[in-house]
Write a protein that binds this ligand. Structure first.
Ligand SMILES: O=C(O)CCC(=O)C(=O)O
Length: 256
C-alpha cells in the first residue's frame, strides 16, 4: 500500500481570508458584520468618552477636533493617542492587516461620529490625499493642502494602490445610521469629476452596514459617500489608513 499523504486541511479561517482578498481585489471593499469582541469595543468606547470629556474641559483649541452641538463628529490625528496605538497593535488588527497587506503600517487614524442631532453628508469621492510630515516637492505628488494643521498631498496612484483602510464600527451601523455607500470596482484609477457623476448614475451602490464591532475594509480609491443619519444614536467609526513604510524621495508620513 502506498503511504497515506495527509490531505491539506483548509480551515474556515483560511476560507474567510481568501474571501476577503477576493472581494478586495474584485470590488475594492469588503464589510465584515462583526469582527471585534465586546472587551475591545468597551476599551475603545471608554477611551473616546474620556477624550471627549477632556476636550470639553480644555480651553485650548484642538485643530484635530470638529464638533456640533456637543458631539465630536471628526477627531483627527489619533495616532498620537496611546489607547488607539495599542488597539492598532492588537492581535485582531494585526492579523487582519497581515492577511490583506503584510508589511504596511498605520499612517493616519480618524474617529467619525454621526447622530440624528449632529449630522453630516459625505458626497461621492475617492480618498486621494495622504498626511505627510512636511512639504517636500517630489515628482508626481500634488496638489498640497493642510487639514487640522497637518500637511496633505495627493500622491500618484502607485502609492494609493499600496494602501488599505480599515473602518471599525464602534456602534451598530444600520441603513438609517448614515452608513458608508460604495460603488464596486472603482478602486483602480483616479476618476475625473465627470466620471464620478456618470459612474454613480450608471452603477449600483452597496450599503456597508455592520453590527457594533464590524469592520469595512476598503481601498482608498473606492468611490464612496455617506448620507445623514435618520435616527438618533451614535455612528462612531474608527477609520485607520495603512500604507507602505516609506514614501518616495525625502517624503515622510505625518505620523506612523
Ligand atoms: O464616515 C463616513 O461616513 C465617510 C468618511 C469619508 O468618506 C472619508 O473619510 O473619506
Amino acid at each position: 500500500m502506498p503511504p497515506k499523504v495527509a490531505e491539506p486541511v483548509i480551515q474556515k479561517k483560511d476560507l474567510m481570508c481568501l474571501d476577503i482578498l477576493k472581494s478586495l481585489e474584485a470590488n475594492g471593499f469588503r464589510a465584515i458584520d462583526r469582527y471585534l469582541d465586546d472587551r475591545i469595543l468597551r476599551t475603545l468606547t471608554s477611551g473616546f468618552k474620556l477624550l471627549d470629556a477632556a476636550t470639553l474641559k480644555s480651553t485650548q483649541d484642538d485643530l484635530g477636533v470638529r464638533g456640533k452641538r456637543g458631539v465630536t463628529f471628526a477627531r483627527r490625528n489619533l495616532l498620537s493617542i496611546e489607547f488607539v496605538r495599542q488597539f492598532i497593535a492588537s492581535e485582531p488588527v494585526i492579523s487582519l492587516i497581515d492577511t490583506i497587506s503584510p508589511g504596511v503600517m498605520a499612517v493616519r487614524a480618524i474617529l467619525f461620529d454621526k447622530t440624528g442631532d449632529a449630522n453630516w453628508t459625505v458626497p461621492w469621492h475617492q480618498d486621494r490625499s495622504i498626511a505627510v510630515a512636511t512639504r517636500i516637492d517630489v515628482a508626481g505628488f500634488g496638489p498640497w493642502s493642510k487639514k487640522a494643521g497637518v500637511v496633505h498631498v495627493q500622491p500618484p496612484v502607485s502609492v494609493l494602490e499600496g494602501m488599505v483602510t480599515l473602518r471599525f464600527s464602534l456602534d451598530a451601523c444600520g441603513p438609517d445610521n448614515g452608513p458608508l455607500r460604495t460603488i464596486a470596482a472603482t478602486h483602480r484609477s483616479i476618476l475625473t469629476a465627470t466620471e464620478v457623476v456618470t459612474t454613480v448614475r450608471d452603477h449600483p451602490e452597496s450599503i456597508c452596514t455592520t453590527k457594533a464591532g464590524g469592520v469595512v475594509i476598503m481601498r482608498p480609491l473606492i468611490l464612496h459617500a455617506s448620507s445623514p443619519a435618520k435616527v438618533t444614536g451614535h455612528r462612531r467609526v474608527l477609520h485607520v489608513e495603512f500604507g507602505p513604510p516609506t514614501l518616495p524621495g525625502e517624503l515622510r508620513w505625518a505620523m506612523a
